[in-house]
Design a protein around this ligand. Structure first.
Ligand code: NAP
Length: 290
């Protein structure tokens, strides 16, 4: 039987640890960390994620500010709000929820954010710090994946780690982290990889971040593999009140029995992304010493 990696439980543990630190700050008469969130437009999943982030702030006792702008906001206007947050002494960290409308460049927006307040860990400076021994604010989802592996005491040193997906958001940074901190031998696969199965079958640890339900089937893995499934895709499901359910990239039902550890979707990596955001906000707060 595989061990199902319980991201919800680990994220609750992390939130309880952060809440204790916030209480200690309050008892000392200090101000508490303050996270701001910018959301543009009315994308339903984005609003659900933002609601989760605000609830998490409430749980741990952080202050929060939500800035919601219409789809039509120009990049210049958004830039002014970002500059204001960069300069606001009351704000320790902030994020700009993606996706953004097509007329706004995510890359340019990321680079407008002060690295000291970039609690999603998207700026070049924070991303680059993955490869240094002094990590700054690490990209939230990969940071959450590393935390899961650590807290489940999964050995990564010297293991064959195969990452499927090479995006700047997940695949690329988690590959670097598995190399730098995990000391694993890392292979990164992407859409142009010729024989995906040849690679995935080598994996002791398989991290999948693609967004294609059931991409990974039982023929593609070896026994006792550890699987981290980052994929989160809405698929129609008439049995659900919402009309959809979330699906990972792994054919969970048939693959899970072969694994030693596996993350479910939902309830695996997702909650850890929020926990990492809180940890980064606390780190940004501590670094400012105001
Ligand atoms: P993305 O930017 O679309 O990147 C997908 C990656 O998968 C790309 O590198 C792409 O290759 C690769 N790919 C596409 N088809 C492939 C195939 N058939 N075989 C191998 N690789 C393939 O997506 P993302 O932002 O990284 O997100 C990936 C998934 O993770 C999505 O489902 C997203 O919702 C989920 N996610 C979840 C969380 C969370 O907190 N749970 C956070 C972030 C993302 P190329 O580079 O060659 O295009």
């Amino acid at each position: 039987m595989p061990i199902v990696i319980d991201g919800r439980k680990i994220s609750e543990d992390i939130k309880a640890e952060i809440a204790q630190e916030v209480n200690a700050l309050k008892n000392d008469g200090k101000r508490v960390p303050h996270l701001a969130i910018i959301i543009v437009g009315d994308d339903a999943p984005s609003h659900t994620y933002v609601k989760g982030k605000i609830n998490a702030c409430k749980t741990v006792g952080f202050e929060y500010t939500l800035l919601h702008f219409a789809d039509s906001i120009s990049e210049e206007k958004l830039a002014k709000h970002i500059t204001k947050l960069n300069e606001d002494d009351d704000i320790d960290g902030f994020i700009v929820q993606i996706p953004l409308p097509d007329h706004i460049s995510v890359e340019r927006v990321n680079e407008m954010i002060s690295p000291a307040k970039d609690v999603d860990g998207f700026t070049n400076q924070n991303f680059g710090s993955i490869t240094s021994t002094h990590h700054l604010l690490l990209p939230a989802t990969p940071f959450g994946i590393m935390e899961l592996l650590n807290r489940y005491e999964i050995e990564t040193k010297g293991k064959e780690c195969v990452v499927v997906g090479a995006s700047r958001l997940v695949g690329a940074p988690v590959s670097l982290m598995m190399l730098q901190d995990g000391l694993a031998t890392v292979t990164v696969c992407h859409e142009h990889t010729v024989d995906l199965t040849k690679h995935t079958r080598q994996a002791d640890i398989l991290i999948v971040a693609v967004g294609k339900p059931n991409l990974i089937t039982k023929e593609m893995v070896k026994e006792n593999v550890v699987i981290i499934d980052v994929g989160t895709t809405r698929v129609e499901d008439e049995t659900k009140k919402s009309g959809f359910r979330l699906s990972g990239d792994v054919d969970y039902e048939n693959v899970a029995p072969l694994t030693s550890h596996i993350t479910p979707v939902p309830g695996g990596v997702g909650p850890m992304t929020i926990a990492s955001l809180l940890l980064n906000t606390l780190k940004a707060y501590e670094a400012r010493k105001i």
